[in-house]
Design a binder for this molecule. Structure first.
Ligand code: 5GP
Ligand code: ZN
Length: 157
């Protein structure tokens, strides 16, 4: 009987999780910024995306380009929205480069928790780089054998 009650309790919990997952957009910080519920230092917008300053910037001018639609991964967005978002990324990158007079930019997406995605609303980081800024976000170089590289190529072709 107790086991039954526990099972019912668990399935209630699962149901709750499902509802919360479906409503992610409503609990999403970036959706709230898009809706004007949470303030942000917005400096760019077009039909597809907006851009604002990251609240904890890696460097001065670190910006986030955020599509107006809520979706988590690049696979979840339509081709049109992904294309439009990257047009916004180009515009924002040029704007940031010119106005911040930086020496370079890292333009990147963290997808999935293991890759560092914290906010589950697709976004592109535009991080200005300044000579000697001592930021380490470039992927490490690692040696790999020709056999292993060919094996991977076979998987991708
Ligand atoms: P992620 O790790 O998901 O790729 O990046 C999320 C980014 O959003 C982080 O760099 C974090 O500093 C930024 N962020 C989180 N919450 C807020 C917020 O409320 N406002 C702004 N402007 N940025 C935020
Ligand atoms: Zn969202």
């Amino acid at each position: 009987m107790q086991a039954m009650a526990k099972k019912q309790e668990k399935s209630k919990k699962d149901a709750k999780t499902e509802v919360e997952t479906e409503a992610t957009g409503m609990n999403c910080i970036f959706c709230k910024i898009l809706d004007g519920i949470i303030p942000a230092r917005k400096f760019y917008e077009d039909d597809t995306a907006i851009a604002f300053l990251d609240i904890n910037p890696a460097s001065p001018g670190h910006s986030l380009v955020v599509p107006r639609h809520h979706f988590k991964t690049i696979a979840d967005g339509t081709q049109e929205i992904i294309a439009g978002t990257f047009v916004a990324v180009k515009n924002v990158a040029e704007l940031v480069k010119t106005r911040m007079n930086c020496d370079g930019l890292n333009i990147m997406v963290n997808q999935g928790r293991d890759a560092g995605q914290v906010i589950e609303h697709f976004h592109v980081h535009v991080v200005p780089r300044y000579k000697g800024d001592n930021i380490h976000i470039i992927p490490p170089d690692r040696k790999m054998s020709d056999e292993k590289l060919d094996e991977i190529l076979d998987k991708l072709k």
